[in-house]
Design a protein around this ligand. Structure first.
Ligand code: HEC
Length: 137
């Protein structure tokens, strides 16, 4: 009897140790502004800025600042903090938006890697947090 009880207790603590804390830690990381500057912004910079920053706001969309992302482009908000499913930005990089208007992003290029898409999604889900001065010149 004792052995069974001990076994249950140990199994419980192993599950706690493996599962819950690590998930929590990942979510915490994505709520830090550094998550945006070190992980998300480089993805946008490489794949999106040439058409959605600086001189160009294709589709009416500027991806440089949080306000501009919330405001979005011709189809409304690009990012809905906390809700990746409602965020047009996430849909178009997943190639799950309407096929033509707006089209999949980046246009006429291979889809972003699964890892990059997951990073952007994780960031949106955690509230799309970024430092106020994230916009680079
Ligand atoms: C080569 C230029 C180019 C690149 C690179 C590019 N886009 Fe676009 N994007 C466009 C054009 C042009 C439109 C508007 C055309 C349309 O509505 O189909 C657009 C529209 C959008 C829209 C819809 C805006 C709206 O409200 O209509 C989103 C969201 C978007 N892009 C996100 C991205 C993201 C995220 C990336 C990087 C992964 C990216 N784009 C890369 C050219 C680009």
């Amino acid at each position: 009897m004792r052995v069974v009880v001990a076994g249950v207790v140990i199994a419980g603590s192993v599950l706690m140790a493996m599962g819950l804390p690590s998930v929590g830690a990942q979510e915490d990381a994505a709520t830090k502004p550094e998550f945006y500057t070190t992980k998300v912004q480089p993805i946008l910079e490489t794949n999106c800025y040439k058409c959605h920053a600086g001189m160009f706001h294709r589709g009416g969309l500027n991806l440089k600042t949080r306000d501009a992302m919330l405001q979005g482009g011709h189809h409304g908000a690009a990012v809905v903090p906390g809700d990746a499913g409602k965020s047009l930005l996430v849909k178009v990089i997943r190639h799950e938006g309407p096929a033509n208007d707006p089209m999949d992003m980046p246009p006429h290029k291979p889809k972003l890697s699964d890892a990059d898409i997951a990073t952007v999604e994780q960031w949106v889900k955690a509230g799309a947090v970024m430092p106020a001065d994230a916009a680079k010149p």
